[in-house]
Structure formats: C-alpha cells, structure tokens
Design a binder for this molecule. Sequence first.
Ligand code: MRU
Length: 345
Amino acid sequence: MTGPVGDLRPIAWTGAALRVIDQTLLPGRLEYIDLTTADAVVDAIRRLAVRGAPQLGAVGAVGVVIAMDEAAREGWPQARLDAAVDAIRSARPTAVNLAWAVDRVRPLMTRGREAVLAAALEIIEADERVNHAIGAYGADWIQARIDHPVRVITHCNTGALAMVAWGTALGIVRELHARAALEMVYVDETRPLLQGARLTAWELQRDGIPYRVQADGAAASTILRGLVDVAIFGADRIAANGDVANKIGSLGLALACREAGIPCLSAAPVSTVDLSTASGDDIEIELRGDEEVLAFGGVRVAPAGARAFNPAFDVTPARFITGLVTEVGVLAVSDGETPARRLGG
Ligand code: MRU
C-alpha cells in the first residue's frame, strides 16, 4: 500500500468477508486477513489483530453478519447463532463500542441479513465523519488556547488503525499538522504491546508528522520539563460522570498534566460514552496474560516463576480531564460539564 496513512482504510467489507489489517504484524509487515467465521472474529479481537475502541465497534457489528452467514452455511440452530453473537460481543470487556455496536445491529437479525449488514455498514461509514469532526473540534479548542506550534504527548494508538479512518486523538494531531500548527508529537511506546512504538509511529511516519517515541516511564518527566503543551489520548469507555478508561498509562499523563498546569484531553466518539456506567469504579478492566509483560519481543526476560499484573486499561478520574473531545463538541469535564449533563436525555 502506498500513500499517506491518513487515507488508509484498515477494515473493509468485501461482500463475503471482513478484510482487516493484522495489526500484530505491523510495522514489519502490512498484511490483510479475511474474517469469515465468528470464531475468527473473536480470535482477531482477542489477540489485537483488530483493536481500538471504534474499530472494535465496527468489527463487532459486521461480525454479526459474518455469524449469520456462517449459520446459514452450516445450518446452525438459533441457539448456536445467539451464542456466537454473544461471544463476539464479549470478546473484550472494556471498550464499550464493541457491545454498543453488537447491541445496535442485533435487534435487526429478525429482519434478515441485509438489514443487519446495512446497519453495520452505516456504523463504518459514520466513523470517518465522526473522526473528522473530532479532529476539527479538538484542533479549534487547542488553537484557541495555544498560540504557537503545539507540542503534543499521546498514548497508545488512536489513529486510522484504531478506527475505520483518520483517528480521534491522532485525528486532532493530523488536523493540527494540516493547519501547520503542530511542532512535535511525543509518542509513548505503550507497554506491553507497543501500540505507540509500532502503530502510532508507523502512522505518523507515513504522514510525515514529526514525532519521537519515548518509553512510557519518560512521559511524566517530558511533561514536567516543559516539553509538552497538551496531552491527548483516546478512550475505551467514558462513564456518565466523565471518568475515562483508556490504555494503561494514560492516568500517569493526566496526573503529570495537572501538576504541570497543562490541559489533558480525551478524544472519543459519543458511542464510547456509556451513560449506564455511573463512574470509573463500575468499568470492567481487562486483565491480560502474564506473558505479555514477562517477555519482550517473544523472549522471556523475567525469571522463571515470575508472575505479572497486566491490566490493559486504567481509569482517569473526570477531575483530571480538561476536555472531552467528541463529534458534538468539547465537554469541559473537569469543570463539571459531564457526559451525563451534556449528553443525557
Ligand atoms: O488494547 P487496545 O490497543 O485496543 O487499546 C486501545 C486504546 O486504549 C485506545 O486508546 C482506545 O481504544 C481509543 S482508540 C480511539
């Protein structure tokens, strides 16, 4: 594939399969895999071949179509199809977009495959529009407060690879770059699966955006040394009170920003807001396998017998989120403009 990654579409419906980039192979190899069974969808989600909250939503919605096609091919009874859809919905627990998207298309199953497919494709199509709106709102907010080329710190991967296109936090970065208002992006490597070093760096490099990869442990120091104007990260689930669950390590950025007196933004579509979750205390945090922490590059580094603690996400309390950037505008969460107030019915 050539061209800037800003034009990249990491997932596409072929008519018979969901074609996705296998993100576990990046940046070394850009390879696509075709998902045609419910088990393959669940496996791709669990091993992070597909990942990022909005992309998980799109994959989950199309996954229901894939399960329906498989059921028709294999002559499954309804109970087996229901179990397959349940398995897709719960393949990862923290990013609410996955359950949100499955729940959105599932009621259409009684109306047939084409109705489910149309709803799933609408989720995919909407994602790009939503991301560009987030990028514009975020860049406007930042430029209204910072009158020089901006130095950003970000965590994990929130670019096209985490969506269908463009990006949320990285969409804001792309928008700032397009406006010639970006100086530098500090990219946390994002242990243990290195979504920053492998994926965000790959996206920024292809777009010609200046960046440095740093160890996660460098983040607080980079912020307190005055090298950063704003932190921007994504979200996997946002509670009604504005608490933000995101990749493990995001909380450290928020705490350092508070100490340094600089803004900390979380960027996410409204579909990542879960008004039925009152606060971050109620968000299930995915615990992943020991081997992700105890080995590096497939080579065991910890001594035999070592055990790991490997939460994939942390929760940043709302009071540390200066702004929540969505497609309907920026919510001043730490000033009390919570999702419940702004988005509640
Ligand atoms: O475990 P991952 O790679 O799926 O985690 C992804 C993140 O934490 C992202 O920051 C989040 O999903 C937001 S993507 C816009």
